[in-house]
Design a protein around this ligand. Structure first.
Ligand code: SF4
Ligand code: SF4
Length: 214
């Protein structure tokens, strides 16, 4: 099996995302996430470039790779044309593929993300859809959300009269043919295989705790 460094460097996004880092730190200086977290894209770019498998395995097992907000502010600022945000995307995928994500709290959240946003896309065609945010499961949304949920046709109908119906318009119902096409895209790109890994790895016992989300 390929080392994690080889897996990272063989990703088709890698040649554009990491061309030649000179460790200048401009990406860290402008990174919004670095202002909030103990997060340093310069350091991550250095580790990836050096290919230290032990250190890469360590950071892919920690929360740090999930701190990036994917804003891509680093992209236009890097003097070498690198894209640290895309390197982070690769690290996240390799972390999931190798079951490392379950070792960190933010990594374990990927199961919930898969089951919510991921399933929403395949079942409705939208990342988030009003019908999928059930007030009973999300009391933090408050009473206004519960009221909107009960009166969704009227409320969302004010934005577009074709809400949740076949045909054109904002928030229209996505037809079966398009949903089948999305399903096929998730299949052939390997996303579904990755989802299976997220499910199976999340069920394993880590540090004496079950990480399964029910
Ligand atoms: S990725 Fe770019 S901005 Fe960041 S340290 Fe490397 S060369 Fe500098
Ligand atoms: S994409 Fe990530 S690493 Fe780049 S600036 Fe935004 S938060 Fe920072």
């Amino acid at each position: 099996m390929e080392s994690v460094s080889q897996q990272i460097k063989s990703d088709p996004r890698y040649p554009e995302a990491c061309q030649s880092c000179m460790n200048c730190g401009v990406c860290t200086a402008i990174c919004p996430a670095a202002g909030y977290y103990s997060y340093d894209p310069r350091m991550i770019m250095n580790l990836v470039t050096e290919g230290d498998n032990a250190m890469l395995t360590e950071i892919m097992s920690e929360d740090v790779i999930w701190y990036c907000g994917q804003c891509m502010s680093c992209k236009p600022r890097c003097p070498r044309g690198n894209i640290p945000g895309v390197v982070i995307q690769i690290l996240r995928m390799v972390s999931q593929r190798n079951g490392l994500f379950v070792r960190s709290a933010m990594g374990r959240e990927q199961l919930a993300v898969k089951r919510s946003i991921g399933h929403n896309i395949l079942e409705t065609g939208y990342c988030i859809h009003p019908t999928r945010v059930n007030p009973a499961m999300h009391p933090e949304q408050g009473p206004v959300w519960a009221w909107m949920s009960d009166n969704a046709d009227e409320v969302y109908g004010r934005f577009d009269s074709n809400y949740n119906r076949e045909g054109p318009g904002n928030m229209r119902k996505i037809n079966r043919k398009s949903l089948d096409e999305l399903d096929r895209i998730f299949e052939v790109t390997g996303c579904k295989k990755l989802w299976d890994t997220i499910e199976s790895e999340s069920e394993k016992r880590i540090d004496g705790r079950f990480t399964k989300y029910d």
